[in-house]
Design a protein around this ligand. Sequence first.
Ligand code: DQQ
Length: 541
Amino acid sequence: INVKQIYRTGYHFQPKQNWINDPNAPMYYKGYYHLFYQYNPKGAVWGNIVWAHSVSKDMINWIPLDPAIVPSKPFDKYGCWSGSATILPGNKPVILYTGIIDKKPAPGYQVQNYAIPANYSDPFLRDWIKPDDNPIVKPTYENVSSFRDPTTAWFNNGHWKMIVGSKHKHRGIAYLYRSRDFVKWTKAKHTLHDKPGTGMWECPDFFPVSSYGQAGLDTSVLKAGVKHVFKVSLDMTRFEYYTIGTYDKIKDKYYPDNTSIDGWAGLRYDYGNFYASKTFFDPVQNRRILWGWANESSTSYEDVAKGWAGIQLIPRMVWLDPRGKQLLQWPIHELETLRGDNVHLSDVKLNKGDVVEVKGITPAQADVDVMFSFSSLDEAETFDPEWSKLPSENLALEICGITGTKQGGLGPFGLLTLASNKLEEYTPVFFRVFKTLDNTYKVLMCSDATPSSLNKNEYKPSFAGFVDVDLSAKKLSIRSLIDHSVVESFGEGGKTVITSRVYPTIAVAKDAHLFLFNNGTETVTVKSVDAWSMKSPKFMN
Ligand code: DQQ
């Protein structure tokens, strides 16, 4: 293979070439899942943005189509930016998206447009019409260059409602708009939600979840026992955060629960490389699916040399954790159809310093599911009280940066993914358990790119999040989706998720290895590990 192509993913969504970013308007229509995404037809850097389009029966095998929405009208002359789909009564999809009408002021003058299918009988929805009464929403303030990414609309009290992400000074804002006919939209007097000090809110998402069970809800559903999730992508930190809360449909206001931190220290879908995400309701399997984009962590020089940049992560099912304080996420079950050769081990003891190889699969393209257990919490390291003084939005990350895989008490234990045989390179995904002075436990999950590559030019961040788990069962699990240059890891059944992009130089293709490790004084048992070689989808591009 071409040396530049060792980082292409085998089963994560990618077009043949060029730059991609945000997933747009995911939806299901007449037998097919549709994925649109921000795409530069002319190169491997951001620019010339159009909506590329692919369809799929299972969100794993894809049929690429021609771009669906491209600049062609005065109201989107300089770019077709992110947006969403809403399915109107009668199974009629409509897309709302941001059009750039002028290059100035930078990054562009933004309005909201709609597009409708040219032919409803085409399940691929290849052709879209942009009616001449566009734009349907114009910016009203001095925020003409910070006013974008309309959401899927929801319906109540005789109106469709949608939000547009924005900011005013440093306040992040979700402006609310209402319409009876989906064409004439009126700005509400108040916002759906806003928050000082958070900067521009990109790609807001707002949707209901049931209090119990894994079933998803269509975006307009509002009844007893329904909570709402509000998510934004923060331009300033390049992370997303969400809260769980209540939507008051009379006041048309969203109120985060007091168990959710509303700000940079809040919950994240993913504590790693994951941005501009969007959910949709899948009416066929009654679930809500989350799509997110991971950019490259390499230099743009390298992106241009390899001819592409950006991947879409594996779609995740999302639902409310039974305790109601966070979401859970899990890769869609369709991914399992790609599982090939399997290795299963059970009851493997890992003493301090042990590194055990998992052999018999293709470690560069794999799915690994492992359950660790331990017999006592006594060895947990002390949570340094000094750490509490660190900025709370980065606490987990700071601690992971300080401790890494250095010897601990209960942990670090976990996986060494994309590892070279002699461990010159590896991306560790692991837990460390800490005990605070008031005798509570803090479980840290890390995905640390620092040792991932000998290439000095790469950006190799360590990422980390806390796992809100009751340790009385004395077990912790990790599932990692490993795919050449991406490691997507789900801690404790999807309580904490971390994605890293990495560029090993030795641990590539057949020279990549997978190990289990423990570097804590407490012996840890691998109750079970299942690892699969992953096949590549039949048609991807
Ligand atoms: N990407 C789009 C914008 C959005 C940003 C432009 C988020 O609409 O705010 O490509 O990554």
